[in-house]
Design a protein around this ligand. Structure first.
Ligand code: KG4
Ligand code: ZN
Length: 331
Protein backbone atom coordinates (compact mmCIF):
# COMPACT_ATOMS: atom_id res chain seq x y z
CA UNK A 1 0.00 0.00 0.00
CA UNK A 2 1.12 3.56 -0.73
CA UNK A 3 0.43 6.28 1.83
CA UNK A 4 0.47 9.67 0.11
CA UNK A 5 0.41 13.25 1.39
CA UNK A 6 -0.32 16.50 -0.44
CA UNK A 7 0.04 19.97 1.11
CA UNK A 8 1.17 22.30 -1.68
CA UNK A 9 -1.53 24.93 -1.13
CA UNK A 10 -4.41 25.14 1.35
CA UNK A 11 -5.74 21.57 1.30
CA UNK A 12 -4.24 19.10 3.76
CA UNK A 13 -4.60 15.71 2.09
CA UNK A 14 -3.72 12.08 2.74
CA UNK A 15 -4.63 9.04 0.68
CA UNK A 16 -4.06 5.31 0.48
CA UNK A 17 -3.54 3.85 -2.98
CA UNK A 18 -2.60 0.28 -3.89
CA UNK A 19 0.39 -0.44 -6.11
CA UNK A 20 -1.94 -1.28 -8.96
CA UNK A 21 -3.83 1.97 -8.66
CA UNK A 22 -6.90 1.22 -6.57
CA UNK A 23 -8.02 4.03 -4.32
CA UNK A 24 -8.60 2.90 -0.72
CA UNK A 25 -8.91 6.29 1.02
CA UNK A 26 -8.86 9.92 -0.06
CA UNK A 27 -9.01 12.45 2.77
CA UNK A 28 -9.10 16.16 1.95
CA UNK A 29 -9.25 18.79 4.66
CA UNK A 30 -9.96 22.14 3.04
CA UNK A 31 -8.82 24.80 5.42
CA UNK A 32 -11.57 27.32 4.56
CA UNK A 33 -9.88 29.86 6.81
CA UNK A 34 -8.54 31.76 3.79
CA UNK A 35 -11.89 32.63 2.23
CA UNK A 36 -12.23 35.81 4.29
CA UNK A 37 -8.99 37.11 2.73
CA UNK A 38 -10.06 36.42 -0.86
CA UNK A 39 -7.03 34.18 -1.37
CA UNK A 40 -4.65 31.81 0.39
CA UNK A 41 -2.37 33.27 3.07
CA UNK A 42 0.81 31.12 2.91
CA UNK A 43 1.84 31.37 6.55
CA UNK A 44 -1.70 30.63 7.74
CA UNK A 45 -1.79 27.63 5.39
CA UNK A 46 1.47 26.21 6.79
CA UNK A 47 0.26 26.49 10.37
CA UNK A 48 -2.99 24.73 9.54
CA UNK A 49 -1.15 21.96 7.69
CA UNK A 50 0.85 21.42 10.85
CA UNK A 51 -2.32 20.95 12.89
CA UNK A 52 -4.03 18.76 10.32
CA UNK A 53 -1.29 16.58 8.79
CA UNK A 54 -1.27 13.77 11.35
CA UNK A 55 -5.05 13.83 11.61
CA UNK A 56 -5.61 13.35 7.87
CA UNK A 57 -3.04 10.51 7.82
CA UNK A 58 -4.83 8.76 10.70
CA UNK A 59 -8.14 9.29 8.95
CA UNK A 60 -6.84 7.87 5.67
CA UNK A 61 -5.44 4.76 7.40
CA UNK A 62 -8.74 4.29 9.24
CA UNK A 63 -10.81 4.68 6.07
CA UNK A 64 -8.60 2.20 4.24
CA UNK A 65 -8.84 -0.13 7.27
CA UNK A 66 -5.07 -0.59 7.39
CA UNK A 67 -2.22 0.28 9.75
CA UNK A 68 1.26 1.57 9.02
CA UNK A 69 2.35 -2.11 8.99
CA UNK A 70 0.57 -2.42 5.63
CA UNK A 71 2.32 0.60 4.09
CA UNK A 72 5.33 -0.21 1.90
CA UNK A 73 5.87 3.23 0.34
CA UNK A 74 5.27 6.80 1.51
CA UNK A 75 4.77 9.56 -1.07
CA UNK A 76 4.53 13.31 -0.71
CA UNK A 77 4.34 16.39 -2.91
CA UNK A 78 7.79 18.01 -3.03
CA UNK A 79 6.79 20.97 -5.23
CA UNK A 80 5.84 23.22 -6.88
CA UNK A 81 3.71 25.12 -4.38
CA UNK A 82 3.94 27.23 -1.24
CA UNK A 83 7.25 26.17 0.18
CA UNK A 84 6.25 26.38 3.86
CA UNK A 85 3.12 24.36 3.16
CA UNK A 86 5.06 21.76 1.16
CA UNK A 87 7.61 21.40 3.93
CA UNK A 88 4.94 20.37 6.42
CA UNK A 89 3.65 17.53 4.24
CA UNK A 90 7.09 16.41 3.14
CA UNK A 91 8.46 16.44 6.69
CA UNK A 92 5.46 14.51 7.97
CA UNK A 93 6.04 11.94 5.23
CA UNK A 94 9.74 11.75 6.09
CA UNK A 95 8.91 11.22 9.75
CA UNK A 96 6.55 8.33 9.00
CA UNK A 97 8.94 6.77 6.47
CA UNK A 98 11.92 7.16 8.81
CA UNK A 99 10.09 5.60 11.77
CA UNK A 100 9.30 2.55 9.62
CA UNK A 101 12.48 2.48 7.54
CA UNK A 102 10.34 2.89 4.42
CA UNK A 103 11.27 4.46 1.08
CA UNK A 104 9.80 7.85 0.21
CA UNK A 105 8.75 9.02 -3.22
CA UNK A 106 8.91 12.81 -3.81
CA UNK A 107 6.19 13.69 -6.31
CA UNK A 108 5.86 16.72 -8.53
CA UNK A 109 2.43 18.25 -7.93
CA UNK A 110 1.77 18.70 -11.64
CA UNK A 111 2.75 15.11 -12.39
CA UNK A 112 0.22 14.26 -9.68
CA UNK A 113 -2.60 16.09 -11.50
CA UNK A 114 -1.74 14.15 -14.65
CA UNK A 115 -1.56 10.86 -12.71
CA UNK A 116 -5.10 11.28 -11.35
CA UNK A 117 -6.03 9.76 -14.73
CA UNK A 118 -4.08 6.56 -13.95
CA UNK A 119 -6.18 5.57 -10.94
CA UNK A 120 -8.40 2.51 -11.23
CA UNK A 121 -11.88 3.70 -10.31
CA UNK A 122 -15.19 1.92 -10.53
CA UNK A 123 -16.71 4.49 -12.85
CA UNK A 124 -13.58 5.40 -14.79
CA UNK A 125 -11.07 3.20 -16.52
CA UNK A 126 -7.45 4.32 -16.18
CA UNK A 127 -6.41 6.37 -19.17
CA UNK A 128 -3.48 4.98 -21.13
CA UNK A 129 -0.91 7.37 -22.61
CA UNK A 130 -0.48 8.99 -25.04
CA UNK A 131 -3.05 11.76 -24.46
CA UNK A 132 -3.33 15.51 -24.20
CA UNK A 133 -3.93 16.83 -20.69
CA UNK A 134 -5.27 20.25 -19.72
CA UNK A 135 -4.75 21.19 -16.09
CA UNK A 136 -6.54 24.38 -15.03
CA UNK A 137 -6.74 25.33 -11.38
CA UNK A 138 -6.33 28.36 -9.15
CA UNK A 139 -2.57 27.89 -9.13
CA UNK A 140 -1.68 26.54 -12.57
CA UNK A 141 -2.85 26.32 -16.15
CA UNK A 142 -0.94 24.22 -18.66
CA UNK A 143 -1.30 21.82 -21.54
CA UNK A 144 0.77 18.65 -21.49
CA UNK A 145 1.59 15.89 -23.89
CA UNK A 146 1.52 12.72 -21.78
CA UNK A 147 3.66 10.08 -23.48
CA UNK A 148 4.09 7.66 -20.59
CA UNK A 149 3.08 7.14 -16.97
CA UNK A 150 6.12 8.82 -15.42
CA UNK A 151 6.58 12.06 -17.32
CA UNK A 152 4.99 14.67 -19.53
CA UNK A 153 6.02 17.52 -21.80
CA UNK A 154 4.57 20.98 -21.29
CA UNK A 155 3.19 22.22 -24.61
CA UNK A 156 1.95 25.54 -23.28
CA UNK A 157 1.27 27.33 -20.01
CA UNK A 158 -0.17 30.57 -18.80
CA UNK A 159 2.04 33.61 -19.20
CA UNK A 160 0.36 35.39 -16.28
CA UNK A 161 -2.68 34.36 -14.21
CA UNK A 162 -3.96 30.81 -13.91
CA UNK A 163 -7.46 30.23 -15.32
CA UNK A 164 -8.90 29.68 -11.84
CA UNK A 165 -7.20 32.82 -10.60
CA UNK A 166 -8.81 34.79 -13.45
CA UNK A 167 -12.15 33.23 -12.55
CA UNK A 168 -11.75 34.12 -8.87
CA UNK A 169 -10.64 37.69 -9.60
CA UNK A 170 -13.44 38.22 -12.12
CA UNK A 171 -15.99 36.79 -9.70
CA UNK A 172 -14.72 39.15 -7.03
CA UNK A 173 -15.19 42.13 -9.35
CA UNK A 174 -18.79 41.01 -9.75
CA UNK A 175 -19.22 40.90 -5.98
CA UNK A 176 -19.19 37.10 -5.65
CA UNK A 177 -17.58 35.23 -2.73
CA UNK A 178 -14.24 33.37 -2.90
CA UNK A 179 -13.55 30.94 -4.47
CA UNK A 180 -15.55 32.37 -7.32
CA UNK A 181 -15.78 29.45 -9.78
CA UNK A 182 -19.04 27.81 -8.70
CA UNK A 183 -20.68 31.19 -7.97
CA UNK A 184 -19.66 32.57 -11.36
CA UNK A 185 -20.95 29.46 -13.11
CA UNK A 186 -24.30 29.75 -11.33
CA UNK A 187 -24.67 33.46 -12.11
CA UNK A 188 -23.55 32.91 -15.72
CA UNK A 189 -26.25 30.28 -16.23
CA UNK A 190 -28.85 33.05 -16.26
CA UNK A 191 -26.91 35.40 -18.54
CA UNK A 192 -26.13 35.91 -22.23
CA UNK A 193 -22.56 34.79 -23.04
CA UNK A 194 -22.55 37.01 -26.13
CA UNK A 195 -23.69 40.20 -24.36
CA UNK A 196 -20.13 41.45 -23.88
CA UNK A 197 -17.09 40.80 -26.06
CA UNK A 198 -14.12 39.86 -23.89
CA UNK A 199 -10.63 39.00 -25.20
CA UNK A 200 -9.60 35.36 -25.65
CA UNK A 201 -5.85 36.05 -26.05
CA UNK A 202 -5.88 35.11 -29.74
CA UNK A 203 -2.64 37.07 -30.20
CA UNK A 204 -0.73 34.82 -27.82
CA UNK A 205 1.19 32.51 -30.11
CA UNK A 206 1.42 28.75 -29.87
CA UNK A 207 -0.21 26.94 -27.00
CA UNK A 208 0.38 29.42 -24.19
CA UNK A 209 -2.44 31.11 -22.29
CA UNK A 210 -2.96 34.63 -20.98
CA UNK A 211 -5.75 35.83 -18.73
CA UNK A 212 -4.46 39.17 -17.41
CA UNK A 213 -5.94 41.21 -20.30
CA UNK A 214 -9.32 39.57 -19.83
CA UNK A 215 -9.37 40.45 -16.16
CA UNK A 216 -8.52 44.08 -16.95
CA UNK A 217 -11.20 44.17 -19.66
CA UNK A 218 -13.82 43.14 -17.11
CA UNK A 219 -12.53 45.74 -14.64
CA UNK A 220 -12.90 48.51 -17.26
CA UNK A 221 -16.30 47.25 -18.39
CA UNK A 222 -17.64 47.28 -14.83
CA UNK A 223 -16.16 50.73 -14.27
CA UNK A 224 -17.62 52.11 -17.53
CA UNK A 225 -21.05 50.72 -16.79
CA UNK A 226 -21.13 52.11 -13.26
CA UNK A 227 -22.12 50.15 -10.19
CA UNK A 228 -25.85 50.13 -10.78
CA UNK A 229 -25.75 49.03 -14.43
CA UNK A 230 -23.03 46.49 -13.68
CA UNK A 231 -25.20 44.99 -10.96
CA UNK A 232 -28.19 44.88 -13.30
CA UNK A 233 -26.08 43.15 -15.97
CA UNK A 234 -24.14 40.91 -13.58
CA UNK A 235 -25.44 37.68 -15.14
CA UNK A 236 -24.54 38.81 -18.68
CA UNK A 237 -21.09 39.94 -17.51
CA UNK A 238 -20.52 36.62 -15.74
CA UNK A 239 -21.66 34.60 -18.76
CA UNK A 240 -19.52 36.60 -21.19
CA UNK A 241 -16.47 36.45 -18.93
CA UNK A 242 -16.85 32.72 -18.39
CA UNK A 243 -17.29 32.20 -22.12
CA UNK A 244 -14.01 34.04 -22.82
CA UNK A 245 -12.17 31.72 -20.43
CA UNK A 246 -13.81 28.57 -21.77
CA UNK A 247 -13.13 29.65 -25.36
CA UNK A 248 -9.47 30.34 -24.69
CA UNK A 249 -8.97 26.98 -22.98
CA UNK A 250 -10.92 25.12 -25.65
CA UNK A 251 -9.20 26.79 -28.62
CA UNK A 252 -5.77 25.96 -27.22
CA UNK A 253 -6.84 22.36 -26.74
CA UNK A 254 -8.18 22.30 -30.29
CA UNK A 255 -4.91 23.71 -31.62
CA UNK A 256 -2.86 21.24 -29.57
CA UNK A 257 -4.92 18.29 -30.80
CA UNK A 258 -4.42 19.43 -34.39
CA UNK A 259 -0.68 19.83 -33.90
CA UNK A 260 -0.04 16.63 -31.99
CA UNK A 261 -2.75 14.32 -33.31
CA UNK A 262 -3.02 12.91 -29.79
CA UNK A 263 -6.01 10.56 -29.60
CA UNK A 264 -7.57 11.64 -26.29
CA UNK A 265 -7.99 14.59 -23.95
CA UNK A 266 -7.97 14.56 -20.15
CA UNK A 267 -8.90 17.42 -17.84
CA UNK A 268 -7.77 18.25 -14.32
CA UNK A 269 -7.67 21.06 -11.75
CA UNK A 270 -10.56 22.78 -9.99
CA UNK A 271 -11.74 24.54 -13.17
CA UNK A 272 -12.56 21.09 -14.61
CA UNK A 273 -15.76 21.28 -12.53
CA UNK A 274 -17.09 23.92 -14.90
CA UNK A 275 -20.06 22.62 -16.89
CA UNK A 276 -19.76 24.83 -20.00
CA UNK A 277 -16.02 23.99 -20.22
CA UNK A 278 -16.71 20.25 -20.10
CA UNK A 279 -19.42 20.60 -22.73
CA UNK A 280 -17.17 22.59 -25.04
CA UNK A 281 -14.23 20.18 -24.65
CA UNK A 282 -16.45 17.15 -25.17
CA UNK A 283 -17.10 18.47 -28.68
CA UNK A 284 -13.49 18.53 -29.87
CA UNK A 285 -13.68 15.18 -31.64
CA UNK A 286 -11.58 13.06 -29.26
CA UNK A 287 -12.73 11.20 -26.13
CA UNK A 288 -12.70 13.45 -23.05
CA UNK A 289 -11.83 12.06 -19.61
CA UNK A 290 -12.58 14.08 -16.50
CA UNK A 291 -11.75 12.42 -13.17
CA UNK A 292 -14.35 12.85 -10.40
CA UNK A 293 -14.23 16.31 -8.85
CA UNK A 294 -12.41 15.19 -5.67
CA UNK A 295 -9.58 13.91 -7.89
CA UNK A 296 -9.48 17.02 -10.13
CA UNK A 297 -8.90 19.45 -7.27
CA UNK A 298 -5.83 19.07 -5.08
CA UNK A 299 -5.74 15.65 -3.42
CA UNK A 300 -3.24 13.05 -2.24
CA UNK A 301 -4.69 10.16 -4.27
CA UNK A 302 -3.13 11.65 -7.39
CA UNK A 303 0.21 11.86 -5.57
CA UNK A 304 -0.03 8.19 -4.62
CA UNK A 305 -1.01 7.36 -8.18
CA UNK A 306 2.05 9.18 -9.57
CA UNK A 307 4.33 7.47 -7.03
CA UNK A 308 3.50 4.07 -8.56
CA UNK A 309 5.51 5.02 -11.62
CA UNK A 310 8.31 7.13 -10.12
CA UNK A 311 11.61 6.18 -8.42
CA UNK A 312 11.47 6.15 -4.61
CA UNK A 313 14.34 7.24 -2.38
CA UNK A 314 15.38 4.74 0.32
CA UNK A 315 15.71 5.56 4.02
CA UNK A 316 17.81 7.37 5.26
CA UNK A 317 18.74 9.14 1.98
CA UNK A 318 15.24 10.58 1.69
CA UNK A 319 15.78 12.67 4.80
CA UNK A 320 17.85 15.00 2.59
CA UNK A 321 14.96 15.66 0.17
CA UNK A 322 13.90 19.26 -0.09
CA UNK A 323 10.72 21.03 -1.14
CA UNK A 324 10.81 23.35 -4.16
CA UNK A 325 8.48 26.32 -4.80
CA UNK A 326 8.93 26.30 -8.60
CA UNK A 327 9.34 23.23 -10.76
CA UNK A 328 12.10 22.43 -13.24
CA UNK A 329 9.58 23.17 -15.99
CA UNK A 330 9.39 26.75 -14.70
CA UNK A 331 5.77 26.24 -13.65
O1 KG4 B 1 -7.57 22.68 -8.06
P1 KG4 B 1 -8.19 23.68 -7.15
O2 KG4 B 1 -9.25 23.20 -6.20
O3 KG4 B 1 -7.13 24.36 -6.24
C1 KG4 B 1 -5.95 24.92 -6.68
O4 KG4 B 1 -6.02 26.03 -7.25
O5 KG4 B 1 -4.90 24.32 -6.49
O6 KG4 B 1 -8.79 24.82 -8.08
C2 KG4 B 1 -9.49 25.88 -7.52
C3 KG4 B 1 -9.98 26.77 -8.64
C4 KG4 B 1 -10.54 28.07 -8.11
O7 KG4 B 1 -10.02 29.12 -8.86
C5 KG4 B 1 -12.04 27.91 -8.34
O8 KG4 B 1 -12.71 29.13 -8.52
C6 KG4 B 1 -12.07 27.06 -9.57
O9 KG4 B 1 -11.01 26.11 -9.37
N1 KG4 B 1 -13.36 26.39 -9.73
C7 KG4 B 1 -14.18 26.59 -10.78
C8 KG4 B 1 -15.35 25.83 -10.51
N2 KG4 B 1 -15.19 25.21 -9.33
C9 KG4 B 1 -13.96 25.55 -8.86
N3 KG4 B 1 -14.04 27.32 -11.88
C10 KG4 B 1 -15.05 27.32 -12.75
N4 KG4 B 1 -16.21 26.66 -12.58
C11 KG4 B 1 -16.40 25.90 -11.48
N5 KG4 B 1 -17.55 25.25 -11.32
ZN1 ZN C 1 -3.08 21.67 -8.01
Amino acid sequence: MILALESSCDDTCAAVVTHDGELRANVISSQGVHDAYGGVVPEVASRHHLELANLVVEDALRQAAITLDDVSLVAATAGPGLVGALLVGLSTAKGIAAARGLPLCPVDHLQGHVAANFLRLEDLRPLEPPFLCLIASGGHTFLARVEDHASFTVLGATLDDAAGEAIDKGARLLGLPFPGGPHLERLAAGGDPHAHAFPTAEKVAGLDFSFAGLKTALLYRVRDLGEEAAQAQAADLAASYQRAIVEQLARRCERALEQTALPALALGGGVAANGPLRERLAGLGVPLTVPPRALCTDNAAMIGSAARFLPAVPFPEHLALDAYPTGSRGL
